[in-house]
Design a protein around this ligand. Structure first.
Ligand code: PEP
Ligand code: MN
Length: 336
């Protein structure tokens, strides 16, 4: 962090300011080199500093942050890729690529078991399915709740696939004991109490990017989880809201290389919620893989026309099989 002081600063105010910096455990370094501007560099861990507190000091003219405000998620302090491990040796990150697939919502036993078997057959290694659903309308299907989790566990038993499902509030944690990965959805990305609560568990967390969240805001949300003690975080780009209204959202492909440069956490792509249309899932999946994603999350339904949520973006098992094949061949070609 660099602090620019007012030109007319007195020696007395300067030494008082230097003392404040040292009391914060930082080393001040004079960067002014004889010219009339007074620039002081603050060396040390500035991640916890509130930049606005510095701006309030009367001799301070400006403050520039040159270090990111996130530390645990920052690749600078942890250069190696984090590998997040779910049950049954399924790993994401550090070269390990996984596809999570399943319906938007768990609807009944037959549906989730049928889809689980089909996606496993096609190469998915993690089963997704919503039990607690964040819906725009209070009149839309809200999910089966705890019963949905019980059905996911049945599907896990039948297939051996670890399961990922969304948690919407802290009080639901008690139902997630046997769930392999907690999903924090786009709408809850900045529900800081929820982030702290999932951070206090040792379960892998899938953190989805908020509809209008910046990269830094997403990384700061990951930092919340990590600062609470849980480093098993996977980031998910699922499309953001832009001026374009023809598609449900706009998939931000740049998020993959950008985030992977800034953080050691794995980054996956959800092409289904980005596009909102089944026909775009294949090209977006391939774009994500081409850009270096560590995995994909894809919605699959055995009968999309009857789906209780997100039917238009759901692939039929056969379509998912085709997408997975293309994805695996692209991965192979990229290794060559
Ligand atoms: C979901 O995965 O079903 C979901 C609701 O996703 P998002 O939070 O990205 O909208
Ligand atoms: Mn959905």
């Amino acid at each position: 962090m660099i602090v620019k002081l007012r030109k007319d600063v007195s020696e007395e105010s300067l030494s008082k300011f230097i003392k404040t910096i040292k009391d914060l455990g930082l080393s001040p370094s004079d960067l002014s080199s004889g010219n009339s501007e007074k620039l002081i560099g603050l060396i040390g861990d500035t991640a916890k500093l509130d930049i606005n507190n510095f701006r309030k000091i009367d001799i301070v003219e400006d403050v520039i942050r040159i270090q990111e405000p996130y530390k645990k998620a920052n690749r600078k302090f942890h250069p190696e890729d984090t590998v997040v491990e779910l049950a049954n040796g399924v790993k994401i990150g550090g070269g390990n690529f996984q596809i999570m697939a399943g319906p938007c919502s768990v609807e009944n036993e037959e549906q989730i078991i049928e889809v689980a078997k089909a996606v496993k057959e096609a190469g998915a290694t993690i089963l997704r399915g919503g039990a607690f659903k964040p819906r725009t309308s209070p009149y839309s299907f809200q999910g089966l709740g705890k019963e949905g989790i019980d059905l996911l566990l049945k599907a896990k038993k039948a297939t051996g696939l670890p399961i990922v499902t969304e948690i919407m509030e802290i009080s639901q944690l008690k139902y997630f004991e046997d769930v392999d990965m907690l999903q924090v959805g786009a709408r809850n990305m900045q529900n800081f109490d929820l982030l702290k609560a999932v951070g206090a568990t040792d379960k892998p967390v899938l953190l989805k990017r908020g509809l209008s969240a910046t990269y830094e805001e997403l990384l700061m949300s990951a930092e919340y989880i990590m600062a609470s003690g849980n480093s098993n975080v996977v980031l998910c780009e699922r499309g953001i809201r832009t001026f374009e209204t023809e598609t449900r959202n706009t998939l931000d492909i740049t998020a993959i290389p950008y985030l992977k440069e800034k953080t050691h956490l794995p980054v996956i792509i959800d092409p289904s919620h980005a596009a909102g249309a089944a026909k775009f899932v294949r090209p977006l999946s391939l774009a994500g893989v081409g850009a270096g994603a560590d995995g994909l999350m894809i919605e699959v339904h055995n009968d999309p026309s009857k789906a209780l949520s997100d039917g238009p973006q759901a692939l039929r098992p056969q379509e998912f099989d085709e997408v997975a094949r293309k994805v695996f061949s692209l991965r192979k070609a990229m290794e060559a």
